[in-house]
Design a protein around this ligand. Sequence first.
Ligand code: AMP
Ligand code: MG
Length: 416
Amino acid sequence: MLSVSEAQQAILAGVKRLEPETVPLLEALGRVLAEEVTADTALPPFDNSAMDGYAVRAADLIGATPERPVRLPVIADIPAGHPTEVELTAGTIARITTGAVLPRGADAVVPVEETDDGARSASALLESVAIYRAIPQGAHVRRTGEDVQRDEQVLNSGLLIRPAEIALMSAVGHNQVRVYRRPRVALLATGDELVTPDRVPGPGQIRNVNEYSTAALVMRYGGVPLLLGIARDRMERVAAKLEEAVGQGADVIVASAGVSVGAYDVVKEAVQAHGSIDLWKVRMRPGKPLAFGFYRQRPFFGLPGNPVSAMMTFEQFVRPVLRIMCGFTHWKKPAIAVTLLEPIESDGRETYARAWVERSGDRWQARLSGGQGSNMLSSLVRANALVIVPEGVHQLAAGATVQAQMLDWPEDLDGW
Ligand code: AMP
Ligand code: MG
């Protein structure tokens, strides 16, 4: 039996990122860039005004004050998107809006608030304007290339695409992006007792939870779920679903239940018909009966049937595989030191206890979020963290400091 980290290492050993594909810009959000992005233009692309006001020659305003303003003739009107051929000669000014091209001859912009041009909205062009203040050269001017140079490499391959990266790519005309392909993850529930969630369970039946919980996890972590539905506890039923997964182009196959030692636990055998089970059972609670191997060269996970165990083992073992396939290098969930508000018991396995973690002053504290049975979903719903009881520890006292894995915090940023 492997420890959690030994099992993670063994599982990740053979996993590589998937090949890149080209997608429209917005579909790249949350994915990993698979190319270097260079700017097809400088940013800003031209000298322009940072304010609504008047383009001036700073030398013309020397000595201007509210008591002794400088009055100058307005020779042009330059709205954004309408560059002018007009050149400012000494002693002239032009009305200009934010983002409009600075006219030749101008070297600064006076904000409208510093002039006697009070009524701005849709107002007619004044013949002359009094300016109340002297300003230095370059004031309120955004220079060509002050942000990004033309042909500059602005984004490195391998980084996470956030809204900021989308913004920069749109600014440099990059409306299609190479990103690593999303893994297609086939999801299969096994069990004679299962019915779909829209049905009222009959005697001895329960609703299929794992297919939906794991589909949601696949989506959260960047994959595409392929819902294969329920296979009954018979070799040929499970075998048929595994073939269906391959037929649908699955990169990873995730089954739940049927991997224990029960009389009807047929999943491992079905996988071995065209693959291998390389690892079975991890020293972890919840989630001991985890099977991992390959089915027709694809990574195969047999998650435990109990819904909480299925989700916990997905978080610790399937999520890292999806992250790597998506092109990330960081896959560890952030863990922080927390102070326990109540004691926790364990059987000596590495235990992941559902907990609520919150700030108290400059520290974080944790309390259990409810019953810890591996079937109990309500405590998972009330949890935002998993308090980790290290291997070999049977009891943690109230007040002890332990690590808590933060379920809803993202992994470290990639590519920086
Ligand atoms: P097994 O691994 O087949 O022994 O199943 C362990 C427990 O998980 C049993 O109580 C099953 O009824 C339950 N279980 C199995 N599959 C699912 C599923 N898809 N959704 C909810 N519970 C399940
Ligand atoms: Mg079963």
